[in-house]
Design a protein around this ligand. Structure first.
Ligand code: N01
Length: 541
C-alpha cells in the first residue's frame, strides 16, 4: 500500500460539500478559485499529490522552467498580489504560486491530499465521490480537472528490467541519489556515469544541470529538438510598478491573440514575432491572412518554416564546437512537428569534455539495456544511473481512459456511452445524462499554448454557469441531446486538418508512437473566438 509506505494514513471521511474538484493542479485550483468567487462555500479539491501544483508538484527536476512568459503563464497574479521574479519562471516559483492560490482562496481547508478519486456516481440528485481512502463525499457539483500529462512514460527498451544501476523518471527526480535541491548542484553525481534518455522539452532543461555535476553524461537522442534562444531575465521593477490594474487579463488576451494570429496591435505583434521574422509579423498584423487563399497561405507558412529552421540549425553550428556533434543536433523537420524548446545552456553543454551525445536515430532508438550498460548500434555505454526524460502517456485524462469511471443518471457509464460515436458534450464541459458534472481540459474545445489561460476561461465559464443555476434555483443542469449533437457537428466541421503534419512529422509532437491519431476534436476558429462564444452563450437565455 503506497499510502502506508508514505507514512500518511487517515480515517475514511463521509460528508457533503457544495463541489468536489478532481485534481489540484492549475485547472483544479482555478476551478476552486472561480467557484469561491461565485459564492460556493464548501469546495473540496481531491488530489493524489501531497500538495497543490499538479505538474509542478511532480516535476521538480533541476533546471525546470516554464517556456511561456511568467507574466501570462501564472494565473491570478493580481488576485494573489504576486509579481513573478523572472520573465521565465523556475518550477519552484510556479509551485509556490499554486500554493499561494490555494491559500488566497481558502482551498486548503477542505482539500484531501494523497487521495485518488476512484469513482463518480450520480445518486438521487447529487454526486457520490468515492476515493482510494474509502471516503464517500457527496457533492452537488463535480468539476473534473485531472490533467493529461500525469502518467510517466518509460520506453520499451529490451532489457530495461535487467539494468542493475539506479534509474528514475524526470517527473520523480531522486534528490536522495543526486544530492542537491531543485536550485542547487547535484553533488551525488560527481563520481557517476549518467545517461539521460530523451531530448524533448524536459531533456533540454535537465541536461545542462547533469552535465555540470556528473563525472560523465551520455545523452541518448532519437530526434533532435529545435533549441531556440531563451534570454531569460529578472523582472524589471520599474516596469512592474508601471502596470495598471487589469494588466494581467489584457496581457494574457494579447498574448493569445498574437500566438493564434488574431492580433491587430502592430507594435505588440512586431515585438512578439521578431524571432519569426518580420514577414510573418506583417502578415498577421495586417490580418491579411484572412484574405489570402488557403493554398497560398500554406506556401507562405512553409517558406517561413524553412527560414526558421535554417536559423535554428545555424545556431547549432555557431554554438557547438565539434562539427560531427553539431550535425547530429540539427533538427530536420518542420518547426511545428515537435514542441519547440528554448535554452541558452543545452547546446553549450556538448562542448564540455564530460558530455557525449549518442544519436540513436539510425538504429531505431536504444537497442537494449544490460545489467550495467546501454547498447546502441552494437556499442556498449557503461553507466551507473539512467534518467528517463521520456515524457508521458499523452492525451488522455483518467476519465477518457476509464481509469476514473463515471456513472450518470440510471447508472450509465460515461465512457461506454461515448464508445460508439466518440465524446458528446456541449462546449466540452457537460454531457446529457451526467447532470452537474463539468470537465476542464482539452475536450471538444480550443487549445492554446498558454494552457493556464485556457483553463482559467473554462473555470470562469463553469463557475458562472453554476452561479446562474443557483440564482434561478435550478437543482441540476445538463445539455440537451440536440445541443450536444450540434456541438459535435461544429467540432467535426471546424477541426483543423493538417495533412502535412501527419505526413511529415514522425515521430509526432508528443512521441505518441504507433498510436492512431483519431478524429480531431478541437474548435477550429481558436481560443479567442471560443471564449467569445462562451461569453455570448452565458449572456443569452
Ligand atoms: O517529453 P516528450 P518531455 N527510445 O514526450 C524520447 C511539457 N513540458 O517530458 O522525439 C528513445 O516531449 C523522445 O524521442 P522522440 C511540454 O508540453 C513543458 O520532454 O520521440 N527515446 C523525446 O526526445 C512537453 O511537450 C515544459 O524521438 C525515446 C523524449 O523521449 C511535455 O511536457 C518543460 C523513447 C520525450 O519527449 C513532455 O515533455 C518540459 C524511446 N523508446 C516539458 N520514447 C515547459 O517549459 C521517448 N523517447 C512548460
Amino acid at each position: 500500500d503506497p499510502y502506508v509506505e508514505s507514512g500518511f494514513t487517515r480515517e475514511p471521511l463521509t460528508d457533503r460539500v457544495d463541489a468536489v474538484v478532481v485534481g489540484g493542479g492549475f485547472g483544479g485550483l482555478l476551478a476552486g478559485a472561480r467557484l469561491r468567487q461565485a459564492g460556493l462555500e464548501r469546495i473540496r479539491i481531491v488530489e493524489k499529490a501531497g500538495d497543490f501544483g499538479g505538474t509542478w508538484y511532480w516535476n521538480r527536476y533541476p533546471g525546470i522552467h516554464c517556456d511561456i512568459e511568467s507574466y501570462v503563464y501564472l494565473p491570478l497574479l493580481e488576485e494573489v498580489g504576486y509579481m513573478p521574479r523572472w520573465k521565465y519562471a523556475p518550477g519552484e516559483e510556479i509551485r509556490q504560486h499554486a500554493m499561494a492560490i490555494g491559500r488566497t482562496f481558502d482551498l486548503y481547508t477542505d482539500a484531501l491530499f494523497q487521495t485518488g478519486v476512484r469513482e463518480l456516481r450520480w445518486d438521487d440528485g447529487e454526486w457520490i465521490v468515492r476515493t482510494d481512502r474509502d471516503d464517500e463525499v457527496r457533492a452537488t457539483y463535480v468539476v473534473v480537472s485531472n490533467g493529461t500529462l500525469d502518467h510517466a512514460k518509460l520506453p520499451r527498451i529490451p532489457g530495461i528490467e535487467d539494468f542493475a544501476g539506479h534509474t528514475f523518471h524526470t517527473s520523480r527526480w531522486d534528490y536522495g541519489y543526486t544530492g542537491g535541491d531543485p536550485g542547487g548542484g547535484l553533488a551525488g553525481l560527481a563520481d557517476k556515469r549518467v545517461a539521460v534518455i530523451g531530448t524533448g522539452a524536459t531533456g533540454i532543461q535537465v541536461v545542462p544541470a547533469v552535465a555540470r555535476d556528473a563525472e560523465h553524461l551520455y545523452v541518448f537522442q532519437r530526434t533532435p529538438s529545435t533549441v531556440d534562444v531563451r534570454d531569460n531575465r529578472p523582472t524589471d521593477p520599474e516596469w512592474a510598478a508601471s502596470l495598471e490594474p487589469g494588466w494581467h487579463t489584457r496581457r494574457r488576451e494579447n498574448f493569445q491573440a498574437v500566438v493564434t494570429g488574431h492580433a491587430t496591435d502592430e507594435d505588440l505583434v512586431a515585438d512578439a514575432w521578431t524571432a519569426s521574422g518580420q514577414v510573418l509579423g506583417k502578415i498577421i498584423s495586417t490580418d491579411a491572412h484572412d484574405d489570402v487563399d488557403p493554398d497560398e497561405w500554406e506556401q507562405i507558412e512553409e517558406f517561413l518554416d524553412l527560414e526558421k529552421m535554417a536559423e535554428i540549425r545555424a545556431r547549432v553550428d555557431r554554438v557547438v564546437d565539434d562539427p560531427a556533434t553539431a550535425e547530429l543536433l540539427k533538427p530536420w523537420y518542420r518547426y511545428a512537428c515537435k514542441r519547440p524548446t528554448f535554452s541558452d545552456e543545452y547546446l553549450q553543454a556538448f562542448n564540455r569534455p564530460n558530455v557525449t551525445l549518442v544519436d540513436t536515430a539510425d538504429n531505431g532508438g536504444v537497442e537494449r539495456m544490460t545489467e550495467r550498460a546501454i547498447v546502441v548500434g552494437g556499442a556498449e555505454y557503461p553507466v551507473d544511473c539512467v534518467i528517463f526524460a521520456t515524457g508521458f502517456e499523452v492525451g488522455m485524462s483518467d476519465v477518457m481512459t476509464g481509469r476514473l469511471p463515471v456513472y450518470g443518471r440510471d447508472g450509465t457509464n460515461l465512457l461506454q456511452s461515448w464508445a460508439v460515436a466518440g465524446p458528446r458534450t456541449l462546449h466540452g464541459f457537460t454531457s446529457n445524462g451526467f447532470p452537474n458534472l463539468f470537465h476542464l481540459g482539452s475536450l471538444q474545445n480550443a487549445p492554446s499554448v498558454n494552457f493556464t489561460h485556457v483553463l482559467d476561461e473554462q473555470a470562469i465559464h463553469v463557475a458562472e454557469t453554476i452561479a446562474e443555476a443557483r440564482r434561478r434555483g435550478v437543482k441540476s443542469i445538463e445539455p440537451t441531446v440536440e445541443a450536444e449533437t450540434s456541438w459535435a457537428e461544429t467540432i467535426g466541421r471546424t477541426s483543423p486538418d493538417r495533412e502535412w503534419f501527419d505526413a511529415e512529422c514522425t515521430p509526432g509532437y508528443y512521441n505518441n508512437e504507433g498510436r492512431p491519431r483519431g478524429p480531431r476534436q478541437t474548435y477550429g476558429p481558436g481560443p479567442g473566438p471560443f471564449q467569445r462564444l462562451l461569453r455570448e452563450w452565458r449572456s443569452g437565455d
